[in-house]
Design a protein around this ligand. Sequence first.
Ligand code: SAM
Length: 329
Amino acid sequence: MLADSFGRIATDLRVSLTDRCNLRCSYCMPAEGLDWLSSPLLLTDDEVIRLIRIGVERLGITEVRFTGGEPLLRRGLPGIVACTAALRPRPQISLTTNGIGLARLAAALHTAGLDRINASLDTLQTATFKALAKRDRLADVLAGLAAAAAAGITPIKVNSVLMRDVNDGEAAQLLRYCLARGYQLRFIEQMPLDAQHGWRRENMVTADEILCALSAEFTLKPDDPAERGSAPAETFLVDGGPDRVGIIGSVTRPFCGACDRVRLTADGQIRNCLFAREESDLRGPMRSGATDDELAALWRRAVAAKLPGHGINDPGFLQPARPMSAIGG
Ligand code: SAM
């Protein structure tokens, strides 16, 4: 098992398949993009699959979520999903995506074994989308979500980050849109993980503010917190249910005590926390001939060193060197 010294067990593996993205959301990266990882540094499909297999067969990983960057940009994604689905015990397989390209790929991914998607959708306004993501792709995103639903990849979870004076007036409209289509909406507080280091606490739209905005238009009743488990979202029944909305208050309502996640970056580094300042290299040892046992031991050691919390609210907090897109959100 992947245990840390605070009694948490990591069972949920986030695998970043690329640091590249076809959007430039301002809370994530600058308009001009970033210096992408060069190909020799990236794990090959076979290397990714080997590490996932070690995680599942030897280390107790039960859920594998592919992310990035934008994971749909990884050409080998359907094959990687299929190989993951062939592992025993079969893990749950999910994808975090901006949805662009999903209209073309949803059916193939479903056939390969993809169980669920989390799609990012921050606005329903074309002009706001262009301003926030620097690309005119809202229609592609919405078509991608509809295609995933049509392919049977359900339930579809939608992630929204609200930014002050950009899209913070859209909370209720986003919820109405998702409820009408059976998507499960979760709002995520903006975290200090942007490449530009532009995050300011005073600009962050907090979980309290989001709840207040939604409560003006809907009746929200909190779900029993005992049933939340390791889920990052606090959930609320909307207008008596059964529909729900989630709030992921990563900054103002941290949930590190229940965290069961571990991350593998596209260049083969294990991160025990989104906000970790240290990583453990598996790519180097793997390419030097390390056995599965040796890689598993390195991975265990990396998770054992996990800190009790992300530290965002500590006075000495330092943002990690890598932005969200290079870690895998
Ligand atoms: N490209 C994919 C996508 O758009 O979902 C996967 C990667 S993206 C980094 C994963 C999630 O992280 C998205 O829902 C995105 O909105 C969120 N995200 C990125 N930067 C963030 C930040 N600074 N604070 C909170 N969430 C962020």
